[in-house]
Design a protein around this ligand. Sequence first.
Ligand code: GCU
Length: 669
Amino acid sequence: ADDGYRLWLRYERITDPAVRTAYNKTFSFIAVSDTSDISHNAAKELQAGIGAMTGKHIPIVKTMPKSGRGIRLSLSGATDVTAVKADSYVISLEGGNVVIKSAGNTGLLYGSFALLRHLQQHLPIEKAVSQSKPKIQLRMLNHWDNPEGTIERGYAGSSLWKWYELPETVDPRYTDYARANASIGINGTVVNNVNASARFLTAEYLHKVAALAGVFRKYGIKTYLSIHFAAPKTLGGLKTSDPLDPEVRKWWMEKTKEVYSIIPDFGGFLVKANSEGEPGPQDYGRTHADGANMLAEALAPFNGVVIWRAFVYKADPNADRFKAAYDEFASLDGKFAKNVIVQVKNGPIDFQPREPFSPLFGNMPKTPLGMEFQLTQEYLGFATHWVYEAPIFKECLDADTYVKGKGSTVASIVDGSLHNYPLTCMAGVANTGSDRSWTGHPMAQANWYAFGRLAWDHTLSAQAIAREWAQLTLTTQPKPVAAITDIMLRSRDIYVDYNTPLGLSRPWTGAHYAPEPWQNRSSRPDWTAIYYHRADSLGLGFDRTATGSNALQQYRPEVTRAWANPETCPLPYLLWFHHISWSQKLSSGRTLWDELCHRFYTGAESVVWMQKQWASVQSSIDPTLHADVTGRLLKQHKEAIWWRDAWMLYLQTFSKQAIPAIYRRPERT
Ligand code: GCU
């Protein structure tokens, strides 16, 4: 039975005799002269992958045999290559051999995985001829993992990192984790939570982290740590953690030196500061730039980077949280040291099922802005609801900021092309854990996969990635692949329709799972649900136009214009920007109330469609896996109805309108 452990690296035996014969003829050796661990692992993966698919043992050799055909991994002798060059590869056919060339051994690794992807789809060998280079330099996972093994917002078991066993015991699973990441181009991992324990900077933990780094490095992955800004005080015993204090600066320099003495290729620090109660430079009247630059100074001698998060907002009932990151960061543009990246969540609030893009993108031309996406489904039904996230990522990346005229997409900012950023970064908050299937919901593996593929090349379509993933992971039969791809592509809109349609957001309290749109009490006013949806007897939605918080002003006029008029604002964003009266006619021809009913009801009903589609592919899918997903879809349907009814009944207390008769029929559960 397939428990999902092998992810998209299943390498199933090819049953089609024509394909197998062709592959058998072409692959009788893997020649690699470079002796680095990374090149060796590239060859080993080809050997294991093609071996499993064809049933043939393929020897790894140093020099090209005189006869027979095979694969050659060819490292160009170029020195002083950029990181992007080293990761790029060319696949060609030379005298019947498949040749993978790169200026770096990481390029050989990525080229090998690209070839394997191709073969896993049973495509003709000639069609493997290609070249590729990553659009983003730092393609990273951010793990929100704690030192005692729990994961903040993790829904797939506990941490993959067995801190209590490390460094003496090195779980072989770390290698599989690294293989999975390398196969989709991920080259960095932050192993601990942004709400960071200072403990990770102790020698005890650094040696544990070093053991992980020792595994990851052999797959081209650098290791990073989230740091606790007040560590000089809590760990170092200093009186302050003021970033302008010479003792504090010295402490960080020494600590950083120690980190590099234990992990020589350490990547750098990720920092959550002055956000949700975490300490930071503002505790001492300093700016985010002061804090980041202090760490940048300590990391610079080792070519390390600081990734400073822009996820900030204040507990002010009269402020609009939407505006907070822009208000705190935009004016600091140009003030950050060269090795600092400011990491921005895709939307201005917090990974909601649908958000407009963060207005920070485009407004810090002198500061490399990194993208932070969330793979773990904190607001997307945890590991119970099936939501394919590539459409969320694409929607943001393809959004036009207009900062340098039409075509100034968020992607062109993050990939550095628009503002010539010297550093580029895309991070995904990981959805992995100790579950056998890695991600809890087996279909959520696609979100990890899609993230990696998009960090490498953001021009890929959500559909192409879905199809590719399904073929690698589930089945190569065209019909079920099409049916599964169809579910995946519609899954996000279905979720939005029964969860937060028309631009509603954040109907949750702490756990972010159960519907609580009525929730109006919290330690912070901006942690209530009513702060976000603003339902009242007149209508629903947050007025962010000039008559309200005017957050729309943070965008360029072209964007503002598209969203500022409630008559023309696209429905998915309507309640993000407008307070709409219950009986107002929308562009759909329905009133707001009727449109809400329509979305909640058709959304919940569409889960039944997902169930039917999934049932239709049963004969092509491993029975264990199929049953697992079937169970989750049953739960998802129940919960979609739960969401629908919770919202509808609550909103009805304001709208005082009936639910149209067409929706009031007996429920199928
Ligand atoms: C969300 C999430 C927190 C997390 C925070 C962050 O608010 O609920 O658990 O720490 O984002 O990104 O820093």
